[in-house]
Write a protein that binds this ligand. Structure first.
Ligand code: NAP
Ligand code: 12T
Length: 355
């Protein structure tokens, strides 16, 4: 029988953790023992893995004895506090938070783009999973980069609330249901009373109502006027593509969508890439599906990407404003390819090539 691995999931009760568990099952990852870890709030709760009940334990420094692979998605602070303990216990950590991504001794990996970087896990015992918005963008850019190099990227994101976790999913649901109640209760559509909360509601996940709104604000604002989410797209793209000269400017926007991030991407290449060439390159790129027949109303949609693992690319067209430019639209499930699936793919690469 081929080798089986002891796997721990830290943050098992969360939006990403729950999906990670389902992805391990679906992909038939060779799991021997499984450990589910979360906060003390979840201690004793029962989750299932392949039909068996597994009791959730409290994440602690001694949680990783005998663990081969520790998948972390319990927030950046928990990654900073506990990933080194897990590594010291002999586990290889695949971390979903932003805590370790820019550490020069931690590889930042998208298996379709820089699988060789996994080897760097030996330095700290930690591999970082990139930000969801970065992952889907570099999956689409890699085949184009290999053909024509990239000088500059201008990207605007339309990000789902699930990226913020379970409380934000609930918040959008509650805001939408409250709106429906007000409309049914006779509030006139189009009035502030029907669409907004007019101060009666305490926002928890975001500083403003997210239902029927767009918030140009994801993660915290930095001194340069960008948000941390936007700067992740700049710095992580350079690290994953191994090209510090790529210029990136990003605007990250939260939209009232439950699952899947969409992105409008504008790229300046070093040489011309026709839309036909781009469709050909993307058509045979791993992890990509070209969905691009606008005359039949066919283009990537968040609802179509939801629940699957491909990065969908469409609306591919020549940028009329500059030489060697392309515009396109990229959509992927932020919880699957943007987090859980990418992390499990990294673990698969690790056990296949290194453990
Ligand atoms: P979530 O739904 O809020 O879940 C948070 C998880 O962390 C829960 O399992 C929670 O356990 C656990 N947790 C919180 N505080 C803890 C503590 N003190 N000790 C142990 N466990 C604790 O959030 P999520 O969306 O799953 O996100 C979780 C992490 O993944 C975050 O670090 C986030 O940055 C990262 N993430 C990454 C990407 C990406 O781009 N790759 C995308 C989304 C999220 P309880 O249920 O017990 O509270
Ligand atoms: N703030 O992994 O709010 O760095 O959508 C991912 C998603 C951070 C991250 C979000 C975030 C990350 C979000």
């Amino acid at each position: 029988m081929s080798r089986q691995f002891s796997v721990a999931v830290a943050g098992a009760t969360g939006a990403v953790g729950q999906t990670m568990i389902r992805v391990l099952e679906e992909r038939d990852f060779p799991v021997g023992e499984i450990r589910f870890l979360a906060s003390e709030r979840s201690e004793g709760k029962e989750l299932t893995f392949k039909g068996r009940k597994v009791v959730v334990r409290k994440l602690d420094h001694d949680s990783f004895e005998g663990v081969d692979i520790a998948l972390f998605s319990a927030g950046g602070q928990r990654s900073l506090d506990y990933a080194p303990s897990a590594a010291r216990s002999g586990a290889v950590v695949v971390d979903n938070s932003s805590a370790w991504r820019m550490d020069p001794d931690v590889p930042l990996v998208v298996p379709e783009v820089n699988p060789h970087a996994v080897a760097g896990y030996r330095k700290k015992g930690i591999i970082a999973n990139p930000n969801c918005s970065t992952i889907q963008m570099v999956v689409a850019l890699k085949p184009l980069y290999d053909y024509a190099r990239i000088k500059r990227i201008v990207v605007s994101t339309y990000q789902a609330v699930s990226g913020t976790g379970q409380k934000a999913i609930k918040e959008l649901e509650e805001e939408a249901l409250a709106w429906a109640d007000r409309i049914r209760g006779g509030e006139k559509a189009g009035t502030d009373e029907a669409y907004g909360y007019a101060g009666e509601y305490e926002y928890r996940a975001y500083p403003h109502q997210i239902a029927f709104n767009c918030l140009p604000h994801i993660d915290v604002f930095l001194d340069n006027g960008y948000t941390k989410e936007e700067m992740k797209m700049v710095n992580e793209t350079r690290k994953i593509m191994e090209d510090p000269d790529i210029q990136v400017s990003a605007t990250a926007v939260r939209v009232p969508v439950f699952f899947s991030h969409s992105e409008a991407v504008n790229v300046a290449f070093e040489k011309d890439v026709t839309p036909e060439k781009a469709r050909e390159l993307l058509g045979r790129a791993p992890g990509v599906r070209v969905v691009d027949d606008p005359s039949a109303n066919v283009y990537p949609l968040a609802l179509d990407a939801e629940g699957q693992d491909h990065t969908l690319v469409g609306r591919i067209r020549k940028d009329i404003s500059q030489p060697n430019g392309l515009d396109f639209w990229v959509v992927a499930d932020n919880i699957r390819k943007g987090a859980a699936t990418n992390a499990v793919q990294i673990a698969e690469l690790l056990i296949r090539e290194y453990l």
